[in-house]
Design a protein around this ligand. Structure first.
Ligand code: HEC
Length: 103
């Protein structure tokens, strides 16, 4: 009983630490990528013959930075700026973790 209490505390601690480091949750991210798939592909590989950027296997920090720049208007692309509008920082971390984890 006492031992399991400590285990739960440890697990909660690990969760909180994970969030503090901004670690994205790929599964939660994937759920938000339906709207991106048309251009970037469901797994981050854009359809052949299009010139949309590949997101699969990229550095997640780089993807998050790009997404924030669209949202803040530092990078100007009307479509991407509109796509990023409803996303929170956590959504972006999660989405980046998902695409980064694809080959
Ligand atoms: C209608 C097409 C379209 C949709 C839908 C779309 N994107 Fe994009 N995305 C683009 C284009 C075009 C660019 C490159 C724009 C530019 O030149 O800055 C881009 C750029 C990006 C970049 C920067 C890539 C780089 O190499 O710098 C990221 C990250 C990204 N998109 C993520 C997303 C996510 C996440 C979604 C879904 C929430 C999404 N996009 C939906 C067309 C789209």
């Amino acid at each position: 009983m006492r031992k399991s209490g400590w285990l739960i505390l440890l697990a909660v601690g690990a969760l909180v630490a994970g969030q503090a480091f901004g670690a994205g949750d790929p599964a939660a991210g994937k759920a938000k990528t339906a709207a991106c798939a048309g251009c970037h592909g469901a797994d981050g590989h854009p359809p052949k013959g299009t010139k949309y950027p590949t997101l699969a296997g990229r550095d997640p920090a780089e993807l998050v930075a790009a997404m924030k720049e669209y949202k803040e208007g530092k990078r100007k692309d009307p479509t991407m700026q509109m796509m990023m509008k409803p996303l929170s920082d956590q959504d972006m971390e999660n989405i980046a973790a998902y695409f980064a984890s694809q080959k």
